[in-house]
Design a protein. Structure first.
Lengths: 187, 226
């Protein structure tokens, strides 16, 4: 039955302290939220806990949801804030993307990989090696298929910055691929 | 390429990912389409964007087959038991199982003091509340007494119960005042309760409302019917 209920309606019920509605939202969105967070924090156990905290935030703040963005966008924005906050608390060394991108593939040495011209796999490795803010915008636009305004809402940045950040992320991908011997001919 | 041309090209390139995912508004999509028709060199970039999109999907795919996690942890964090959605055929039985489990555990100190007669009242009252809750979530509830559509006529008020109030405590409070649930919950734990007959005296009505409000551990608020 709950599958017929729109997310907005579920959130309204959550705002009225309806835990069954929260459970329905959780079952519907947990996988997406977990994946999004895990890609940022790179730790599944941490992502699991943060995902739970996202839904606790939903429980606490559902009354503030005004429906100006989609429920998915709202959930992703909470997830973004949780994940970035957790990263800051960990105070980890920034991800060394150049080093990561140059790591040899487990199955092949770099020469063999290049000979196979497996650009797709190399591209994926380079996406994984991007700095957090670049990787996040790539995931939001390509995987979660957010519009410019939705990505702006999730990240809390202007729409122009969304476009520029993704553009720079794509340029960075070209640079990383070039280091691995793949010239995409762009930019 | 002059500065204006370069700026225009970059503007279009910034839109390409959204063009490929179909998330541009109509005007922007038209603008990109027109530009690509006139600039085949930029159109070739679409292949790169498609490749990026496919690789991003691959990178995220590792989480797609992850088993769905239980709600139990979140339920514990918010202090609510996870619901066990009733199957249509077993709706009543599932709920009664939950009621049995509820009463198998001494849920409140007050419960231990109740006599057998009071316990029966509590179970009946709890079952009523339970039936209302189940019916509410499955969208079939239409009335207060067994879903016959007849909301009890009489003097009624809205009551919201405290989130941590046990079913036993709620039942104890209501039965002690001779009040019964006739509808709900609406919007969570908001119930309609019947104080007495329609022509009950104003003094008695106010006394019962005051008594409900006095049980602040069980009742969050009492609101008069519109």
């Amino acid at each position: 039955m709950d599958q017929l209920i729109a997310d907005d309606q579920l959130i309204a019920r959550v705002a009225a302290a309806d835990s069954v509605a929260l459970e329905a939202l959780y079952m519907r969105h947990q996988k997406r939220i977990f994946g999004f967070i895990a890609r940022i924090v790179r730790d599944e156990a941490v992502a699991e806990e943060l995902t739970n905290e996202v839904f606790v935030d939903v429980w606490k703040h559902a009354g503030g949801y005004e429906g100006r963005s989609t429920a998915t966008t709202w959930l992703l924005s909470i997830a973004h804030n949780r994940a970035i906050s957790a990263l800051r608390k960990r105070r980890e060394e920034p991800w060394d993307d150049e080093k990561a991108a140059s790591l040899p593939d487990e199955a092949d040495d770099s020469e063999v990989a290049l000979q196979k011209a497996d650009k797709s796999r190399l591209l994926r490795r380079c996406i994984d090696a991007l700095a957090t803010d670049y990787r996040e915008i790539v995931d939001l636009v390509y995987f979660h298929e957010l519009s410019i305004s939705e990505a702006s809402a999730v990240l809390g940045i202007p729409e122009g910055t969304v476009k520029t950040r993704l553009f720079n992320a794509r340029k960075r991908l070209s640079e990383l691929l070039k280091k691995l011997g793949v010239d995409r001919g762009w930019p | 390429m002059n500065e204006e041309t370069t700026a225009k090209r970059e503007e279009i390139e910034k839109l390409l990912p959204f063009y490929v995912t179909g998330r541009l508004d109509h005007a922007d999509a038209e603008q990109v389409r027109d530009y690509l028709e006139r600039h085949p060199d930029v159109a070739k970039e679409l292949d790169l964007v498609h490749a990026e999109r496919d690789s991003a999907a691959d990178a995220n795919a590792i989480y797609e087959n992850r088993p769905v996690r239980s709600f139990d942890r979140v339920a514990a964090m918010i202090g609510k038991p996870a619901a066990q959605p009733a199957r249509h055929a077993d709706r009543g039985r599932d709920w009664m199982d939950r009621i049995k489990r509820l009463f198998a555990v001494p849920s409140s100190p007050a419960f231990g003091l109740l006599g057998a007669a009071a316990a029966i009242v509590i179970i009946l009252q709890a079952a009523t509340i339970g039936a209302l809750v189940v019916a509410h979530y499955t969208g079939i509830y239409t009335g207060a007494s067994g879903g016959n559509g007849a909301v009890d006529a009489g003097t009624t008020v809205f009551v919201r119960f405290a989130e941590d109030a046990t079913t036993a405590a709620i039942a104890d409070t209501l039965s002690g005042l001779g009040i019964r649930v006739v509808d709900g919950p609406r919007g969570g734990r908001l119930f309609t309760v019947r104080l007495g007959p329609k022509d009950m005296g104003g003094g008695e009505r106010e006394r019962l409302i005051a008594a409900l409000k006095a049980r602040s551990d069980v009742v969050v608020f009492v609101a008069q019917m519109p």
